[in-house]
Design a binder for this molecule. Structure first.
Ligand SMILES: [Zn+2]
Length: 164
């Protein structure tokens, strides 16, 4: 088993990078630009986080997917770079959890089968996200993340991360 790998968005930096633990951390130059204005410990970033650029191929694939899901307007260039990096890592090094609280980013990640984690911590590592899908129409709950419309009453489903 290799160590868990994480791709970090700026909110993950603000939440705090674990000093302990065996996780491997990745981010993009665009995220680094964002967080360096906020006095996030730069020595920590350099010792624990590998900064890398995503491939053009993955950038294109993320943009195409986000256009299809309707999330492209909600994604910043930084978001696109993170998704593309997570996609690269999922193909080359056994995968990495994308750590983000951004709904549009999560939505696109899910379509691309990128594993997700949220920025709140549990036991020194980020928690993996499990989805809870709720129908406001008939009140039913679902767990299948692929569902977008309630199969019982036809209402558009709301999706949120379940804690725990
Ligand atoms: Zn329903």
């Amino acid at each position: 088993m290799s160590d868990p790998a994480y791709v970090l968005d700026s909110t993950a930096f603000y939440a705090g990078i674990p000093y302990q633990g065996s996780g491997r951390y990745f981010t993009t130059y665009m995220v680094l630009e964002e967080v360096k204005h906020h006095n996030v410990g730069s020595s920590l970033i350099h010792s624990r986080v590998q900064v890398t650029e995503p491939s053009q191929e993955s950038l294109a694939r993320v943009k195409t997917t986000a256009s299809k899901t309707g999330d492209i307007g909600a994604l910043s260039q930084t978001d696109v770079s993170l998704l593309a990096l997570a996609l690269d890592l999922s193909q080359s090094s056994g995968g990495a959890n994308l750590v983000t609280d951004d709904f549009a980013v999560r939505n696109v990640a899910e379509v691309l089968s990128i594993p997700l984690a949220q920025t709140s911590m549990k036991g020194g590592e980020w928690k993996n996200i499990t989805w809870k899908i709720h129908c406001r129409g008939c009140g039913r709950d679902y767990t299948n993340p692929k569902l977008t419309v309630c199969p019982v009453c036809g209402t558009q489903l709301a999706r949120k991360a379940a804690n725990g």
